[in-house]
Write a protein that binds this ligand. Structure first.
Ligand code: ZN
Ligand code: ZN
Length: 408
């Protein structure tokens, strides 16, 4: 089995409060250091040197695809990750339950607390908008105020603008086509009709009456954004002849993995609501159960959460939990493993940046380099030097003899 561990936003910059070290450098990581020492290391420009990657394009790249050519919008990944079926021709969106009064967005997240999200989504699931009898909307609640929506039944385009104004106090936008194609025009018309239908169903629902009588904001609108279609890419099986599985609690990453032809490993408990460290522990358990598969992708989210909130100490803790995960994995697994990040997320910036990320690859046949520790700066002296994100999986699969010969 080959394992790819992606620690979201793990890359960082030296921080004064950590004595001039990055969170990864400051963390106590005996297992990662041992793998770096016995393996080969390098740094990775996940999308392109100096370009801050989104998590979606970054993961496409780490699975070996072109983050520019093969990227077809975030919505489809969210929907696939939520367990919805997205086929060629369909268009998918991310959606927020929101509070809208007289066309103005009072709260983009309907107060964030939407415990009746599953039931509200069920009211919208299967809706056919007026004037488009061939179209059907599939709606699935994911977490808090969030949903995924897929439009089926026609040839849609992803070139359609957001309905979500991304700001409180502004009017709900009308969906507009983003290019001159007939499909984009049609998609925009359908989205507007669907939004109207959603609003009328949600406004009239008893669930919202109950919310208001409790003093909660009504979740009376579903604001769509991030239109996407499924990318037409070869699966990991087609490319490397491997059965791929993934351990990933968050919908977006699950979705990119599904688009790459991988299957989920069941996670025990309510992993989505767990604390960042606890979540990694639950993932470690699931990863160990999947030790029989050919290719396993493990995604860790907590490092990026801590980065966006500017919490370097918590980021250190999540990295140390990853070290434990790797240690445990080692008890059941001795094949190649790659550990890297999807982008740098400097805690001081609280967002993604374009700095390269560290990478280690360990396994039978690897040519060890001089690097003895896993860190942003140590890996810059590694034997892999500086590579592109889309090359990582090839480097890993090469150790398994899974990359087809190019030429004769
Ligand atoms: Zn990310
Ligand atoms: Zn992020």
């Amino acid at each position: 089995m080959a394992v790819l561990v992606v620690v979201d936003g793990m890359g960082d910059r030296p921080l004064e409060e950590l004595g001039g070290q990055t969170p990864l450098e400051a963390a106590d990581t005996p297992a990662l250091d041992r793998l770096a020492k016995r393996g080969v290391t390098g740094v990775v420009d996940v999308v392109r040197p100096g370009v801050p990657p989104g998590s979606d394009t970054a993961h496409l790249a780490l699975f070996g695809y072109d983050p520019y050519e093969d990227y077809t919008g975030r919505g489809a990944f969210e929907a696939l990750g939520a367990g919805l079926d997205v086929e060629q021709g369909d268009v998918a969106f991310r959606g927020n339950f929101a509070t809208v009064r007289e066309g103005v967005v009072e709260d983009r997240r309907a107060g964030r607390h939407v415990p009746e999200g599953d039931d509200l989504a069920a009211l919208l699931d299967g809706v056919t908008p007026e004037g488009f009898p061939e179209v059907e909307a599939k709606v699935r609640h994911t977490t808090q105020h969030r949903c995924a929506v897929v439009l089926k039944g026609a040839e849609f385009s992803r070139q359609v603008g957001d309905v979500d104004p991304h700001k409180q106090g502004e009017r709900v936008k009308e969906a507009v086509p983003l290019d001159g194609s007939e499909a984009a025009r049609f998609t925009a018309d359908v989205v507007n009709a669907v939004e109207e239908e959603f609003h009328s169903i949600l406004s009239g629902s008893e669930l919202n009456e109950e919310r208001e009588s409790r003093g909660d904001l009504p979740a009376n609108h579903l604001l769509l954004r991030g239109a996407g279609v499924v990318p037409e890419v070869p699966s990991v099986e087609e490319r490397f002849g491997v059965e791929g599985k993934f351990v990933a609690p968050v919908a977006l990453y699950r979705g990119v993995a599904v688009a790459a032809g991988m299957e989920p490993v069941p996670l025990g408990g309510d992993v989505v609501s767990m604390g960042d460290v606890e979540q990694v522990e639950a993932e470690a358990e699931a990863a160990n159960e999947a030790a029989e598969t050919d290719f396993l992708f493990v995604h860790v989210k907590g490092t990026d959460n801590a980065s966006h909130d500017g919490r370097p100490e918590d980021k250190v803790e999540v990295v140390e939990a990853v070290d434990d995960l790797v240690t445990e994995l080692w008890e059941v697994h001795d094949g190649p493993v790659a550990v890297t990040a999807d982008h740098t997320s400097p805690c001081a910036e609280m967002s993604h940046s374009g700095d390269p990320v560290p990478l280690l690859i360990h396994g039978p046949g690897v040519r060890p380099d001089v690097v003895e520790e896993f860190g942003e700066r140590s890996c810059a002296s590694g034997g892999l030097n500086r590579i592109r994100g889309r090359d990582v999986v090839f480097e890993l699969m090469n150790l398994e003899g899974r990359v087809p010969l190019h030429g004769e």
